[in-house]
Ligand binder design. Structure first.
Ligand code: 10E
Ligand code: SF4
Length: 321
C-alpha cells in the first residue's frame, strides 16, 4: 500500500539557544581540559539525551554540591544557582565553573539591584523550578515574593506598595506573563521593572515560530523534556494558537504513529534544550509511515553567541556543540 502524504512544517528558530550551547560547551571543554570526572550540579540543561551524551564523556551529574567529592571540578547548570551554592563551593575550596546563562545572570543582578535600592522584589515564575530557586536565592530568605498566576497577584500582601519591583523567569509564556504583569501594574502602579519582562530572546522567538505554524497543522510535536519549562510553554502556546493536538515528546520512539494516521500536516519544533539530532530522528521516523515533505517556516534569525567563562576562554573542546 502506498504511504499517505505528510507535510511537516518545521518551526524556526527551534532547539538550542545560545545559553544552552554555552553550557554544554563548558562541560565539554572542562572534560577536555581537566579530564574525567567533571561533576555537574543538576542536569546541565533539561534534556536526557544531552545529559547521557555528556555522561558517556565522563561527566557526573548530581543534585547537590555535597555529592561532589573534594578536588574535582564542578559545573553549575545553565538555570542558575542560589548564592549559597558558589559560597559553599568556595568554602570547600572547590574549583567551579558557572554555566548559568548570561541572560539568567542578568535577572539575578536586576533582583539584587532592586533589593539594594530598598524595593521588595516580586518574581513571576514557576515554584520549584531551578531557575526560580536560583533567582530567589540571590536575595536573603523571604525577600522575594513569588507569583505564578493573576490570582496570586490579587492575594499578594505587601507592606509598602510604593517600593516594589518585579522580575521574571526567562522561559515563561509571553502572553500569559503579559496578563500577570498587567495585573501587577494595575494593583501596584509604582512597581519598577524591566521595560517588558525578562523572557529571553530564545523563548520569545520559539513561541513566535510555533504560533505561526500551529494554526496550519493537524498536530504538532514539541521535542523536549517534561521538566523543561520553555518546552512545556511551546506546547501550551501551540494549543492556544489553534492546534489542540500539540504534545511534548522526548524521542521519536515514544510517538504513536497510529494515532497520527489521519494527520496530513504535522508541525515540529524543539525546546531550547533539545538537540537538532532529535528533530532529525522524528523526521526519519515519520518517513517510515508517510511520504514526507518538509517545509521550514522561519519567523526570526538568531546569531547570538555567548563567550565561555574566563577560566575556559580560548580552550573550546574540539568538536564541541
Ligand atoms: O526548564 P527550562 O526551560 O528553564 O530549561 P531547559 O534546560 O529546558 O532550557 C534551557 C533554559 C534555561 C537554562 C533557562 N533559562
Ligand atoms: Fe539563556 Fe534563554 Fe537559553 Fe535560558 S532559554 S539558557 S535564558 S538563552
Amino acid at each position: 500500500m502506498p504511504k499517505a502524504p505528510l507535510t511537516i512544517l518545521l518551526a524556526a528558530p527551534r532547539g538550542f539557544c545560545a545559553g544552552v550551547d554555552r553550557a554544554i560547551q563548558i562541560v565539554e571543554t572542562a572534560l577536555a581540559r581537566f579530564g574525567a570526572p567533571v561533576y555537574v550540579r543538576h542536569e546541565i540543561v533539561h534534556n536526557r539525551f544531552v545529559v547521557e551524551s555528556l555522561e558517556a564523556k565522563g561527566a557526573v551529574f548530581v543534585d547537590e554540591l555535597d555529592q561532589v567529592p573534594d578536588g574535582v571540578p564542578v559545573v553549575f547548570s545553565a538555570h542558575g544557582v542560589p548564592k549559597a551554592v558558589p559560597a559553599e563551593a568556595e568554602r570547600r575550596g572547590l574549583f567551579y565553573l558557572d554555566a548559568t546563562c548570561p541572560l539568567v545572570s542578568k535577572v539575578h543582578r536586576e533582583a539584587e539591584r532592586h533589593h539594594l535600592d530598598g524595593r521588595r522584589v516580586v518574581l513571576i515564575g514557576h515554584a520549584g523550578h531551578p531557575e526560580v530557586i536560583g533567582t530567589m536565592g540571590q536575595l536573603p530568605d523571604g525577600a522575594v515574593l513569588l507569583v505564578e498566576t493573576v490570582d496570586d497577584v490579587a492575594r499578594l500582601e505587601v507592606a509598602d506598595p510604593d517600593n516594589l519591583a518585579y522580575a521574571t523567569q526567562t522561559t515563561l509564556s509571553v502572553e500569559e506573563t503579559a496578563g500577570i504583569l498587567a495585573a501587577l501594574q494595575a494593583r501596584f502602579p509604582a512597581i519598577a521593572g524591566p521595560r517588558k519582562e525578562d523572557i529571553c530572546y530564545a523563548t520569545t522567538n520559539r513561541q513566535q515560530a510555533v504560533k505561526a505554524i500551529a494554526p496550519q497543522v493537524d498536530a504538532l510535536l514539541v521535542l523536549g523534556a517534561p521538566n523543561s519549562s520553555n518546552s512545556k510553554r511551546l506546547v501550551e502556546v501551540a494549543r492556544g494558537a489553534g492546534c489542540a493536538r500539540a504534545r511534548l515528546v522526548q524521542r521519536a520512539g515514544e510517538i504513536d504513529w497510529d494515532s497520527l494516521a489521519d494527520v496530513r500536516r504535522l508541525g515540529i519544533t524543539a525546546g531550547a534544550s533539545a538537540p537538532e539530532v532529535l528533530v532529525e530522528e522524528v523526521i526519519a521516523a515519520a518517513g517510515e509511515h508517510f511520504t514526507v515533505t518538509v517545509e521550514q517556516v522561519r519567523t526570526a534569525h538568531e546569531d547570538i553567541v555567548f563567550k565561555l567563562p574566563p577560566a575556559l576562554a580560548g580552550t573550546a573542546a574540539a568538536g564541541g556543540s
